[in-house]
Design a binder for this molecule. Sequence first.
Ligand code: ADP
Ligand code: MG
Length: 292
Amino acid sequence: MGEKEKCSLGSESIVYSLNVSSTKHHRGLFPVDTRIIALANQKGGVGKTTTALNLAAALAQKGKKVLLVDSDPQGNATSGLGVTREANGAKNIYGCYIGTHETADCILPARQKNLSLLPASIDLVGIEVELVNQDNREKRLKQVLRPIKDQYQYILIDCPPSLGLITINSLTAADSVLIPLQCEYFALEGLALLVQTIRKVKKNLNRELYIEGLLLTMYDRRNRLTHSVANEIQKHFGDQVYRTVIPRNVRLSESPSHGQTILEYDAASSGAKAYQQLGAEFCKRSNRNARG
Ligand SMILES: Nc1ncnc2c1ncn2[C@@H]1O[C@H](COP(=O)(O)OP(=O)(O)O)[C@@H](O)[C@H]1O
Ligand SMILES: [Mg+2]
């Protein structure tokens, strides 16, 4: 793919560059091959949380040790695993950010084997203001994850729908970014800004950061527009788009209100099958990226 791509999806024609490609994954000094993936898109409602929850569950089902980090003050990934705000008291990501709690003390095991959660708290809303005058404020989450990262094979960070300091912290802590895109006409609106942000983080804070992949979500087979949007995204981004596409599936939207992942709620649903397939594709790709 060229340095610059022109694409006419969305409300206006946008020119963007997605040349933040896979690079060799350096394992640094750590013998354990931990990979930290931020799920980011500043648009709300594109499937970040649904993907964080269900990809985490699919990877855990494959026997990988997975930590889901809820980095959104709304706490949808936390409640999606059936954890209430009160359940863990002040032991949550906010306590880790401000240094009142050790990360290991805040992590909860999920019902599913191999899956753990670092829960969010509504207090996280204030963190951007609280950190504003601190040194290394973009590196807080990286420091928070450092003492526990070796215990997991995958750490998935569910980002809020903004490009503020919480997302910057997530991108700084991560090895790579997974970008969910909703299959709709405006799918690519804002992608240029996200890519620009990723580039800035890569330049100034996290040289190894790369794009893990683009994931098409809420695909509606019966809708011709969805179909053409998906085709166009695949045409433009080629290999960077996962072959697995997540269908629109009502069971996926129901499961969080039961505090269950789709694998617990309805393992036979098309949503569950899609996230299992994504888990398999994700592992294959991430091995390829690790080899460089
Ligand atoms: N594949 C899907 N099929 C049906 N509903 C979905 C699907 N993915 C997400 N949803 C629903 O769409 C809404 C937004 O998804 P969510 O994952 O919370 O997005 P984000 O975290 O990007 O804001 C939620 O109500 C969720 O249950
Ligand atoms: Mg969300």
